[in-house]
Design a protein around this ligand. Sequence first.
Ligand code: PLP
Length: 409
Amino acid sequence: MVKSAPRGAKTEAIMFNSKMYELGSHRSVIRDLFEFGKKRAAEVGADKVYDFSLGNPNVPAPDGVKAAAEKLLALPDNTVLHGYTSAQGDADVRRAVADSINARFGAGVSPDFIYMTCGAAASLTITLNALSEPGDEFILLAPFFPEYSVFVKAAGATPVVVPFDAATFAPDLDALEKALNAHTKGIIVNSPNNPSGTVYSRATLERIAALLSAASAKFGTHIVLIADEPYRELVYDDIEVPYLMNVYPDTVVCYSWSKSLSLPGERIGYIAISPRLYEKESVYAAVCGAGRALGYVCAPGMFQRVAAACVNELPDIEAYRRNRDLIYSALTEMGYDCVHPDGAFYLFVRSLEPDANAFSDRAKNYGLLIVPGDTFGAPGYVRISYCVSHDMIERSLPAFRALIDSYKK
Ligand code: PLP
């Protein structure tokens, strides 16, 4: 029992939550690099710093976004536009999202099972909080977006990392099978993948689905597949990105337009619940509850409507393809060991020394800001974000050459 201090006695005041303090007082490696870049630019000139750290799209939002926003802003009465929507999102917007999903993937999603969010990060945190009970585990397939660990722990659950097969960058399915147990509540699948650019094949996804179904039957559970899909539309060379609801029944899709429509600062996305999800009504109610508990009253109203107007727009993938082709072929030719990216806008490269942090530090001396893979669950690799100007990639190539040469001396 906690005894209260006697009146007048001095107490040690605890002003903050120590876990939140921990999270807030350490910058991520990516943010550290970004800050370093600004400092270095002041010292040596901005043209000698090649910042490949952030995944901030450099391709402008499609014209349809501007046209939709202008049309909305021209409405005579903007009280509706700027007002609250329903907590789960405007009904017309949810219908437009469901119609688009159904027309493209035949998933049979109902607008009543769409929940509009402030981007994929909110889609994930709401879903994780909606599903988690104390003792639950969520599987993260390495390499993975580092915030997953933060989101899972903040939801009171435990992240369990499953390694990848270094030859294919697909998940190690034997390790996945071993990791599944009675406490497994869900798994996050991110394809096209940040940081590797890999797109999981249909065969891999079907194998994952079979393992989840077998484990669910064995443990008497319904393991939920959370499909984190901000890069769904960023794929090259007609590569298939299977719609996971059609592959595995207990699926929740977490989406955002941050990357596909270059709108990361507008914070707009959605959660879509499969019509085949076990107890889908209760899960949707829990999603609404988690959104409420986390303080997401409604996603940004104007951008809900912009997204609905642009729901079938596609990004200018050609700009990213040119960047991918240039950086992948130039670095491979120099002797770097690169994972061929089929999607997203990241190149994952094997570090030239065992410690990728030391490699990233050395790269800084050449003005190259590249992110060590440790926090992605892939030590020994670095991530290069090529959502930057084509010109910067061209100018950076001599620096990449000098970096690899420095290891030959
Ligand atoms: N998931 C992945 C794999 C990401 O790479 C990102 C952002 O980079 C997010 C989620 C978060 O996206 P959003 O900005 O829409 O919250």
